[in-house]
Design a protein around this ligand. Structure first.
Ligand code: HEC
Length: 219
């Protein structure tokens, strides 16, 4: 083909391509695309989080059967997961071996989750205390020194007074690691000042006036 015929042919070709596709690539359209071979593009199915008339509760996603336990989710060891033994009492000691690796892990987690409020040395002089004068417990006070380890686990798990619960951000194994580290902090403090553990009381501990107070502390 030459000359005019060729031009005419090309014009028809371009026109028909544009006409068939609606426009050149890049245009948007509110109409569904034309599928020459629809294959499985359109099929009845439920997408996540969509509504459904089929089920009574109107949700297409199904809840697990009550009592379902995921693999590895059977929390039978009550001491490990609640800090309480079979008798319902707080366990006295951490229910796993305390070694260097656990202390290292505890130190890291403590820095992330506890240090902002309880400070690096565990004196409770963290940001809440500095900025808001919020009474934050010292780990070196008589009361906490006497707590069974399970009770500290309970405080981390459920919160206590002004302290929020850290059940969700900190898995049980890490809570024990933190407790190992807190105990380590306490032991080191006691070892460095064996004669005067009462001096390290928190300024917040006003609940037990019977305990010795440092002379400079205001009433
Ligand atoms: C957002 C600040 C904040 C963080 C973070 C925080 N605490 Fe506390 N914690 C407090 C405050 C405030 C108190 C005093 C609560 C009260 O007596 O009302 C407290 C009290 C405590 C007590 C004493 C509870 C009692 O029975 O008197 C322990 C133990 C404790 N925290 C451990 C921890 C550990 C371990 C972590 C890290 C996992 C942690 N806290 C993280 C603010 C915090």
């Amino acid at each position: 083909m030459t000359g005019r015929a060729s031009h005419a042919f090309r014009a028809v070709l371009v026109f028909s391509v544009v006409a068939l596709t609606g426009c050149a690539r890049g245009c948007t359209s509110s109409r569904p695309p034309i599928h020459i071979n629809p294959s499985m593009f359109n099929q009845p199915k439920v997408l996540p989080q969509t509504a459904s008339d089929f089920f009574y509760n109107g949700a297409s996603m199904r809840d697990p059967v009550p009592g379902t336990v995921p693999v590895g989710g059977l929390k039978e060891d009550s001491a490990f997961f609640t800090g309480k033994g079979a008798d319902g009492q707080f366990v006295a000691t951490i229910p796993e071996p305390v070694n260097e690796a656990l202390l290292e892990r505890g130190s890291q987690r403590y820095t992330i989750y506890c240090q902002p409020c309880h400070d690096a040395r565990g004196d409770g002089k963290g940001i809440l205390y500095q900025r808001g004068n919020v009474p934050t417990a010292s780990f070196h006070q008589e009361k906490i020194l006497k707590y069974p380890d399970g009770q500290i686990f309970d405080v981390i798990t459920n919160g206590q007074g002004l302290m929020p619960s850290y059940r969700w951000p900190i898995p049980a194994a890490d809570r024990w690691a933190i407790i190992a580290y807190v105990r380590d902090l306490e032991h080191k403090r006691l070892a460095s000042a064996p004669a005067a553990p009462a001096e390290t009381k928190s300024p917040t501990d006003t609940k037990s006036p019977a305990e010795t107070k440092s002379p400079t502390e205001p009433k």
